[in-house]
Design a protein around this ligand. Structure first.
Ligand code: GLV
Ligand code: MN
Ligand code: MN
Length: 412
């Protein structure tokens, strides 16, 4: 079985962390100067590992093996949240690189083709999972047109500034691959709470987002009597309250919803707000609760609009992500490797975060491995994992990759 090099793995993870580091965290949003610097660094690392590497027209970095036969694609994303942790995405990207090197160093696995990838904009600066959508051919003109970040920068401008305008975009050739494996930190507390060191992911949640736009009448906060007000913020508070009251009545056991962003105009203590926005996001491993949440939203908007006063519009805020299932065969290879290296210390589990594997699974058998997140913290500078778990997870993926590829190429 191939042996990974723990020092080389941790050194490269820390080198990637240094690009965009702020305190303990990392600021490397998609297409920023730090993001593109990290992508160029990664491309040269892939080349040093013997891969043919490219940065494609949306910023995906892909390193292709020169060996013949069915290949395994391994990786994740290297863009971060606006204030992100150092391992979200980066872990799986560096695992991909290390697995390529580990397999190449072992005479028994040297001929097995592994491609490594870092997808672009998983964290939704413009379009969530932009890079994996583009690779599988699911990035539509409609998603790109009008895509802008929270400061109003257009995607087309960001692409131009990153030097990617006119650069060809790669397309996945499903015949090339036995599958895709995305290793990742758990980003939640379940593994740590259960005392387990490896999670084998069974499925990934679906996600939908809604932006409510509320239009009332801006006015004087002293002279406008309550009955006459068309207060956009008061309507926003009522809407948010009713969502929190009504969603639990249709929720599944793993449903979650978040209202993580509001905008109130003009946001001044002595002015009745005339305009407000509220972003709602909900997730579930099944489609039915997502449909039910959409129905609740439509009904609440209709009821509140029927009263007059403030006009509420509900707009689909982001490209929806469908719930996905991970491939049972690939899962069984990861489980066998986990049992070899951490007997009794692994478990199957769903993913509450979304991942590029959810998109890629529409075209290729896909699987994910999780390692524990300390304190269950992620999307925060404090995000971290123990070195021992980082090393263990990579060894498990290296073993699983070897057995997946041995099986896929056995009859050739
Ligand atoms: C991905 O980062 C997510 O928000 O789940
Ligand atoms: Mn991630
Ligand atoms: Mn993330």
């Amino acid at each position: 079985m191939p042996r990974i090099d723990p020092d080389r793995l941790l050194t490269d993870l820390r080198a990637l962390r240094a690009i965009g580091a702020q305190g303990r965290g990392v600021v490397r949003p998609a297409f920023s100067a730090t993001d593109m610097k990290a992508r160029r660094w990664l491309k040269s690392r892939y080349e040093e590992a013997g891969l043919d590497a490219t940065i494609d027209g949306v910023g995906n970095v892909i390193g292709r093996s020169r060996s013949p036969g069915k290949a395994l694609l391994i990786g994740s994303h290297s863009d971060t949240q606006p204030t992100g942790g150092w391992l979200d995405g980066a872990l799986g990207v560096i695992y991909g690189l290390e697995v390529v090197r580990a397999l190449a160093a072992d005479a028994l696995t040297r001929a097995l083709p592994v491609d490594a990838v870092s997808f672009q904009d998983e964290e939704a600066r413009f379009v969530g999972c932009l890079g994996s959508r583009s690779l599988i051919g699911a990035l539509t003109r409609g998603m790109e047109d009008g895509a802008a970040d929270s400061r109003g920068t257009a995607l087309a401008d960001a692409l131009r500034e990153a030097g990617l305008a006119g650069v060809p975009r790669l397309r996945l050739d499903p015949d090339r691959y036995a599958g895709f494996v995305e290793p990742h930190i758990e980003q939640g507390p379940h593994l740590e709470d259960a005392g387990r060191r490896i999670g084998v992911v069974t499925g990934i949640v679906g996600l939908r987002g809604v932006r409510f736009v509320l239009r009332g009448q801006q006015n004087h906060a002293g002279t406008t009597m309550m009955a006459r007000r068309r207060d956009a913020a008061a309507a926003l508070y009522e809407l948010a309250y009713r969502i929190n009251q009504e969603f639990p009545t249709v929720a599944g056991p793993r449903s979650v919803w978040t209202m993580g962003r509001v905008r109130i105009e003009p946001n001044a203590a002595s002015i009745v707000p005339g305009y407000a926005e509220l972003d709602l996001q909900f997730r579930d491993p099944e489609d039915a609760p997502l449909e039910a949440f959409d129905d609740v939203v439509a009904r609440l908007v209709k009821e509140m609009n029927a009263r007059g006063g403030v006009a509420i519009e509900a707009i689909r805020a982001r490209a929806p992500i469908r719930p996905s299932r991970m491939d049972p065969r690939l899962q069984s290879h990861i489980e066998a490797a986990a049992e070899r290296h951490a007997p009794g210390l692994w478990q199957r589990m769903p993913s509450g975060a979304f991942h590029d594997a959810g998109i890629v699974s529409e075209r290729l058998p896909s699987a994910m491995l999780f390692i524990p997140s300390i304190g269950g913290i992620s999307h925060d500078f404090a995000e971290d994992s123990r070195d021992e778990d980082i090393v263990l997870g990579c060894q498990v993926i290296a073993d699983a990759a070897a057995s997946i590829l041995a099986e896929a190429n056995a009859t050739r």
